[in-house]
Design a protein around this ligand. Structure first.
Ligand SMILES: *Cc1c(COP(=O)(O)O)cnc(C)c1O
Length: 384
């Protein structure tokens, strides 16, 4: 059986006609840059994310970059974040001349660990502490970071919070007061990506910044068009961070299915759990779920021994799988200048060595999951 890691053709097929009609509308309008489709999409995302404002941008990476620019981040500033994430979380910090300060992750959720965050801050000098400007928690794989603790720490030090919610659209965090909060609504800025492999994926690149701060909203809109306000007058420097009308038109159609797709992903996660349990497979750790809502952009399991062999084995059996991420950011060559040693973040290192993502896309069928779990079972028996 051939099972890809993600099957975008299966997602496209039933909504093809709608998508084509929506793109034709844009062709007929000949309005390609920003415009009414983008504005409508921004309103939908703001409502869905439970924030006041949303600004469509060119990618998830640019959402992070423009948020940091809007926050006035630059040389000399220190930004706390996770070493176990997609590159652009830290890349966007470094591109502005600021310095990423990594903090190890929680071994259960793979998100930044608030205890280690506090410890890390306590080892900084008073001068360094005064340079701490923001924290970027990443809601990795579709599950929210521990925002209560992170917010308390950030606020006590006057730091801004920029949520990297690129993998977490519609994810919910259960606050200690019992309320459910959506990813992207808890910080000063929320950053989303519509890269095709995300739960809401465009036909190219796209992103969004969410905020409840009206001033930040106005600044983001100006920065998105080179800082021009009015046109050709620049008080600040921005960039070309615009999202295409065509992408917005496509995303508006796909957005109507997002909840259904998310629930299907969650259902697939349940099926995996049931099948792993009934087959009595040992030596595999399934993703841990906090209270709230995990939206399973990725379903990542951990195996103590033989992860690379498992990857080869599954690939040979026709099962798509991937390592997210094989090299933590603190050991990336471009960040060598930051002076980290690999062992500085043992949990991130271990995750990079022992985890593997399995197919979880909405169109995945029961028999396919059964086949995948069966093959993992055979692999585990073989290597025991
Ligand atoms: C995808 C992703 C990004 C970047 O989004 P792009 O749209 O690809 O630029 C940033 N952070 C995380 C955690 C991501 O998964």
């Amino acid at each position: 059986m051939e099972i890809p890691l993600l099957d975008l053709k299966a997602q496209y097929e039933p909504i093809k006609e709608e998508i084509i009609a929506a793109t034709l509308e844009v062709y007929e309008s000949q309005r390609f840059i920003l415009g009414p489709k983008v504005e409508e999409f921004e309103r939908r995302i703001a409502a869905y994310t439970q924030v006041k404002y949303a600004v469509g941008v060119s990618s998830g990476t640019d959402a992070l970059l423009i948020s940091l620019m809007s926050a006035g981040i630059g040389p000399g500033d220190l930004i706390l974040t996770s070493p176990y994430t997609f590159f652009s979380t830290a890349g966007s910090i470094a591109r502005l001349g600021a310095t990423p300060v990594f903090v190890d992750i929680d071994s259960r959720t793979y998100n930044i660990d608030p205890e280690r965050l506090e410890k890390r801050i306590s080892t900084l000098s008073a001068r360094e502490r005064s340079r701490l400007k923001a924290i970027i928690p990443v809601h990795l794989f579709g599950q929210c970071a521990d925002m209560d603790d992170i917010t308390a720490i950030a606020r006590s030090l006057g730091m801004l919070i920029i949520e990297d919610a690129a993998q977490a659209i519609g994810a919910e965090y259960m606050s200690s007061d019992g309320s459910l909060k959506r990813a992207g609504s808890m910080g000063d800025y929320g950053c989303f990506s519509f890269f095709p492999s995300k739960n809401l994926g465009s036909f190219g690149d796209g992103g969004m910044v969410t905020t409840n701060d009206e001033e930040a909203f106005q600044r983001l809109k100006i920065m998105r068009v080179h800082g021009a306000h009015p046109k050709y007058y620049h008080r600040i420097i921005g960039g070309n961070f615009r999202v295409d009308a065509l992408q917005a038109a496509i995303l508006l159609i796909k957005f109507n299915y997002l909840e259904e797709w998310t629930e299907k992903r969650r259902g697939n996660a349940c099926t995996y759990r049931e099948l792993f349990a009934t087959q009595g497979i040992e030596g595999i750790e399934l993703p841990s779920e906090n209270k709230g809502r995990h939206i399973y952009n990725q379903f990542v399991i951990r195996i103590d021994q033989g992860r690379d062999e498992l990857k080869r084995y599954l690939t040979d059996q026709g099962i798509g799988c991937e390592i997210y991420y094989p090299v933590p950011l603190h050991v990336q060559e471009c960040f060598r200048c930051l002076g980290y040693r690999p062992e500085d973040f043992p949990v991130a290192l271990e995750a990079a060595a022992k985890t593997i993502a399995l197919p979880i896309y909405p169109e995945l069928r029961y028999e396919q999951i059964k086949y995948i779990v069966g093959k993992i079972g055979s692999f585990c028996k073989r290597t025991m």
